[in-house]
Design a protein around this ligand. Sequence first.
Ligand SMILES: *[C@@H]1O[C@H](CO)[C@@H](O)[C@H](O)[C@H]1NC(C)=O
Ligand SMILES: *[C@@H]1O[C@H](CO)[C@@H](O)[C@H](O)[C@H]1NC(C)=O
Ligand SMILES: *[C@@H]1O[C@H](CO)[C@@H](O)[C@H](O)[C@H]1NC(C)=O
Length: 616
Amino acid sequence: MSNGYVEPRRNATDQVTKNSDMRITSMLALAGMAALRRDDSRVIIHFDYDCFYASVLEAENPALKSLPLAVQQKQIVVTCNYEARRRGLRKLQLIREARQICPDVVIVLGEDLTKFRNASKILYDFLKGFLWTQRAERLGFDEVFLDATDMIDYNMALLNPYDLAHSFFFLDKQDPTNGFQFDATKFCGPTYPESAGIPLSDNTRIEESQRTLTLRLILGSHLAHYIRSRLDNECGYTATVGISTSKLLAKLVGNTHKPNNQTALIPPYGLSAISREEGNIHRFIDDHEVGKIPGIGFKSAHKLRTYILHREAKFKPYTERDDKDQVKVRNVRLSSTMGPSKLLDILGGPGTPRDIGFRTWELLNGVDNSEVREARAVPKQISIEDSYMGVENFWDVKKQLHLLSTSLIQRMRTDLIDGNQGTDGEDLRWMAHPRTLRLSTRRRSSKNADGSRDYCFTNGRTSRSAPLPNFIFNLAESAEVVAEKLVNDCLVSMFRKLYPDKSFGELSLINVAVTNMVESAGVEKQSSGRDIGKMLKQQRSDAASKSEKGTENFHQDFLAQDESFLNNHSGARVDETTWEESDEEEVLSTQVCDVCGSHIPLFAFSAHALYHRVPD
Ligand SMILES: *[C@@H]1O[C@H](CO)[C@@H](O)[C@H](O)[C@H]1NC(C)=O
Ligand SMILES: *[C@@H]1O[C@H](CO)[C@@H](O)[C@H](O)[C@H]1NC(C)=O
Ligand SMILES: *[C@@H]1O[C@H](CO)[C@@H](O)[C@H](O)[C@H]1NC(C)=O
């Protein structure tokens, strides 16, 4: 079944005739663009675990649940639990501010991502375990898309249309007892728009295709609810969930009821072939700020705001925007002569994809036909970096290169080695071999006459790549030994080529990465969700018994650890560029402040510098 149809452009009215549809289609064709075509044949469920980092720590130590908990990377709160939010803490606050607002906040270091990565993999496998296909995609650590289309197709065919209220959802084609009972006359959980009841049986006015779509989404909402409760009961994680026909819509609509709830986007979806009424997709998406649309990056959002406002919008990628700088999807979509080619004019340029105009036009109209792709077993690259107050001499550079390389090799060993191959070292197998080594650095900007420094986002990194030597895969030597060889044999000469005249001034950042990953054959493993649930449960009860020593002590321990870290600039930070996007694990490129020595995210740097300049 395909409900794909051509949608006329914006401002369609009842007078839109077949002719003008055709005219619009050919106009787009003239511009080298295909017409918008939305495929509503899929059912996609998006999971976003609530406060993921904090939940992982709480699962490990349940005593933290009742305390305000913040996870720190560098000097920043990267996430916090609901108790902390209730007390006024927010993501991306400086730790110092967080302590002022909530002096008894428990702060846990989140620099080492190993346990979060591990939990993320386990939960992903758990969710994927419900599917009959491999169509599960992980986005960042804390989001997963499931494409449940084939399960919905199968269950649609088995519904008894005369007794929808007593339906059974089959989770397994082979085992007819595996499933759950549900009422297919109504959605499970909240919907957008809110709706008292869905006119399924009584209303003959609604089109057959719309009735089918509604029923499919009803099934999706019950499946989503079932999986959410299993995730909670067996793994101890709650999630905020969205149900619709594309990744874009499922992800966005989930946000309507958070945390720990779900939302289905209900039909009518759009301008259909027969009725020309405005659909729920436009109604829903039009109200979003352009920067909130996944797929519209912050540079594009900035250009769109500037175009619509006729002035430079304030550039604040990570913080909430002033109302007067907000531009809604509606403002862009309905502005005069807007369309793919206009968008290409606004957004195009060197380094942007050629179809950016069309793709953005699709997104603004709620169209996203991208597939739910099975997650890659291995990341595309691994990179480790750290930022500094200013590294000036070559021996310090070498020392940093050694520290970074050691972390890099350790990280390669965790992420790229298949750990399930037995306990003796003999069986360890690399799942992928990166082919390229990359070294990047950023120089500190020089001082202005008044002693201040300029900081900008694009404060250029320069980098250099070389083939990765094979000895890096040698598991017989320790990571430190391999790292030393890597520094002496490769990184030192790469560094000299970056700065041939030896004058590199002061470096504020060094990054070492392996890229160009070549996967070994047959790395994908099957795993059963249920056993993993058990493992997690076990882990939680272990943690519970370990936490006897009480919250008081935990609090002290964390604080002590945190204090020493505050004055320590040498902790390497992991750069998670391999994941597409996620606000919880946003990689913050930082800069060290001259005055107080804090690591400050680049976007906040000018404000921070100002803070020092203002006299008390
Ligand atoms: C990952 O989590 C599982 C399940 O809790 C645990 O058994 C395993 O030791 C963890 N692995 C790492 C590397 O933390
Ligand atoms: C989910 O939302 C519905 C409707 O708003 C509400 O009745 C229900 O209690 C919510 N569930 C949770 C777990 O908050
Ligand atoms: C600073 O960090 C380094 C590397 O992470 C660590 O070895 C050292 O013990 C830390 N120093 C303090 C005072 O915490």
